[in-house]
Design a protein around this ligand. Structure first.
Ligand SMILES: [Cu+2]
Length: 432
């Protein structure tokens, strides 16, 4: 982590700009406080922009060599997937907030306007910056009162994948959605650029079925698990070409949970955390990476296998939506018309029917709620929802729009075995 910063500060370009000062903490701080340490990094020149599935990036403009951004904290009407919309708190009309994208050496000025009815602040998670820009209300600044606009300014002295979030009444404000991703590209990449570069903020919410406001008091029973604020089947796929080198950046600011994110059909290597780049010699292959809350993990893989590959949290309750943990276990019971009657008075019952997790169109679903399990794909119902998306790898692509479900080569899909096959391979069926 520190080596990156030292390497950067020791770079000939920067050394020239700061007058060949010896590298000390004080000089580093002075360099960081100088406006326009390096010319603003430009997309297509200094970096290849990231992609944010189901999200947006925060616009900026340049004033006197400084990149100027404007975040507005406000109440947001947010749809997790068709059928579930809630009142959240976010930034610039979004949950989660727009992704900030900039370049190492950029000078940034970030205005934060508070349109909430309560005070707030913004912390720039993982970034090296002057202490007074750190955004911890009460500790490094006073809170931003309703109606006020605060000004943060600092120079980016590192590169990597970071985050921003409220640092005032965090339990409430983060539970309601006040967070976003912050990507800083290197001036000179250490590694070959990937062909595709995706960014995800993963998160967890408590939304009781039928309710329209997430519950910030929840400590254990989260029932809406999101990727960029969406749950499957509301998540857009990552659409990539066979042979692409794909980078996926994941930030986790869940209240209480770490998420083991698992990719099917491929292996990847973690190339950086929010603490910095992982040296090539320290990387190892994985298919699942645990993303602890309050951290980021970035991995890369070569998409060498065409198909529709699931990418999801491996905690089974995190690929469910609005499960009713408090309900009696009715699996195997046939309550006949009891479902309908009970659901009328106990909306949460609809989240756990008598066949297990709910997954069909069901008249007992309360309004403004999602079934416990997923949605329809090429072969029928996917019994996962929540923290799930799909990597669609295709040999031929004209653009990056959703190409639909994969058309498998003949003979390459699992299917019912024939009697002749069972006989030939000596598979004996019990009772036959
Ligand atoms: Cu999880």
């Amino acid at each position: 982590m520190r080596s990156n910063r030292r390497q950067f500060l020791a770079s000939p370009v920067l050394a020239g700009l700061v007058g060949m000062l010896p590298l000390t903490a004080a000089n580093a701080q002075a360099a960081a406080n100088d406006a326009g340490v390096l010319p603003p990094g430009m997309p297509g020149v200094h970096y290849r922009p990231v992609e944010v599935p189901d999200g947006v990036k925060l616009p900026w403009h340049i004033v006197d060599g400084v990149k100027v951004f404007h975040l507005t904290a406000e109440e947001v009407e947010h749809e997790f997937a068709p059928g579930l919309t809630t009142r959240c708190w976010g930034y610039n009309g979004r949950v989660h907030g727009p992704t900030i994208e900039a370049v190492e050496g950029d000078r940034l000025r970030l205005y934060v306007t508070n349109r909430l009815d309560v005070a707030t602040s913004v912390h720039w998670h993982g970034l090296f910056l002057p202490n007074g820009m750190d955004g911890v209300a009460g500790l490094t600044q006073r809170a931003i009162e309703p109606g006020e606009t605060f000004r943060y300014e600092f120079t980016l002295r590192q590169h990597g994948t970071f985050m921003f979030h409220s640092h005032h009444d965090e339990m409430t404000q983060m539970a309601l959605g006040m967070m976003g991703m912050f990507v800083v590209h290197p001036r000179k990449p250490d590694d070959p650029l990937p062909d595709r570069d995706f960014v995800y903020m993963i998160g967890e919410w408590s939304v009781r079925p039928g309710m329209r406001r997430p519950d910030p008091n929840e400590m254990t029973d989260f029932n809406v698990l999101t990727m960029n604020g969406r749950v499957f089947p509301g998540t857009s796929p990552m659409v990539v070409k066979t042979g692409d080198r794909v980078r996926v950046r994941i930030g986790n600011l869940s209240a209480m949970d770490h998420h083991p994110m698992h990719l099917h059909g491929h292996a990847f290597e973690v190339v950086e955390t929010d603490g910095g780049r992982v040296p090539v010699t320290a990387r190892w292959p994985e298919t699942t990476v645990l993303v602890p809350t309050g951290s980021t993990r970035t991995f890369e893989f070569v998409a060498d296998a065409p198909g529709d590959w699931a990418f999801h949290c491996h905690m089974t309750h995190h690929v469910m939506t609005q499960m009713g943990h408090g309900m009696p276990n009715l699996i195997g019971v046939d309550p006949s018309l009891f479902d309908q009657k009970l659901a009328e008075v106990v909306p949460e019952f609809a989240a756990m029917g008598h066949t297990g997790g709910h997954h069909e169109e069901d008249t007992t679903m309360p309004p403004n709620s999602l079934p416990m399990m997923g949605g329809t794909a090429g072969f029928g119902y996917v019994t996962m929802g929540g923290m799930l998306t799909v990597v669609k790898v295709r040999d031929q692509l004209t653009d990056h729009t959703d190409p639909g479900w994969y058309e498998h080569p003949d003979g390459s899909v699992a299917r019912p075995a024939t009697a002749a096959e069972l006989e030939k391979d000596s598979i004996r069926m019990e009772g036959s």
